[in-house]
Design a protein around this ligand. Sequence first.
Ligand SMILES: Cc1cc2nc3c(=O)[nH]c(=O)nc-3n(C[C@H](O)[C@H](O)[C@H](O)COP(=O)(O)OP(=O)(O)OC[C@H]3O[C@@H](n4cnc5c(N)ncnc54)[C@H](O)[C@@H]3O)c2cc1C
Length: 284
Amino acid sequence: MIAHIFEYSAPTDLKEALGQLASGGKPLAGGMSLIPIMKLRLAAPEHVVDLGRIVALNYIREEAGTLHAGAMTTHYQIESSPLVRSRCPLLAEAASHIGDVQVRNMGTIGGSAAHADPAADYPASLMALEVQFRLASSSGERTVSVEDFFVDTFATALQPGEIITEVIIPVEDPSAGVSYQKMVQPASGYAIVGVAARITKSGGKVTKARVGVTGLGPKAFRAKAAEKLLEGTEGTAADIAKAAAAVSEGVESNTDLHASANYRTQMARVYAGRALSVAVSRAT
Ligand SMILES: Cc1cc2nc3c(=O)[nH]c(=O)nc-3n(C[C@H](O)[C@H](O)[C@H](O)COP(=O)(O)OP(=O)(O)OC[C@H]3O[C@@H](n4cnc5c(N)ncnc54)[C@H](O)[C@@H]3O)c2cc1C
């Protein structure tokens, strides 16, 4: 299908873009989700504001213990960045799982987060990494934690006229073990379930466990019951199995044409077990 007629602008300056968004413009990043939705006429914005020429939104840098990724940084840039791979390997691993080469070349971290697809890959890792989002509008800036950012299916804390300008990612403790394990929906590449695990060990015990889950419920979430069960243990196969069984605690699992709620719940346990096993084995 063909999209409704719309006005298009491509500012090169962030302030100019924010002004256009304040007047009702819809941000366009990689277009990997927005364009198909417009072509299906599920969205019909009157004015599309292309962020692709704002160079100031595309960067990856390290500052005082945190990585900063501009919202327009593509999945491929995240996946292949030596800085992300060494400082925050979980994010690079998640990016490498997204779609195919074309999608990774066009799609952006800001666009993926803003879209808040319940089966998207990044949100599981963003949860496990406890990132923050810097948001901006014509009236100012604010910072929102990842747990407050994802509100519901395709719903975020973004207000009208507001965009993500950057993702702030704590640099990983080099001794931490991480893993992202995903059950792929083969037609789209999206996650039927995806689990990101981040484990720190000391003195033979798990001192910190962070588990982010995507695909299972209406939005990505942290599996805090599973984290609690694993912390303080030696991270044996039995400890991991117990924690993995708690990964869906308190979550209403999705049912769709790809998987029933019961199947998703079982697969979440299996993939949580895999992610935790790999992360525990990588933690030094
Ligand atoms: C064939 C195909 C396969 C895919 N497979 C996967 C997959 O396996 N895993 C996965 O996670 N994703 C997958 N995707 C989605 C892909 O990752 C998209 O890149 C992503 O969902 C949207 O990012 P984008 O940069 O293209 O944003 P766009 O499509 O341009 O925008 C998406 C939404 O976010 C808004 N937006 C964009 N940027 C900002 C910003 N900075 N601030 C505020 N709002 C903003 C837009 O207004 C729009 O509502 C797939 C897409 C396709 C087409």
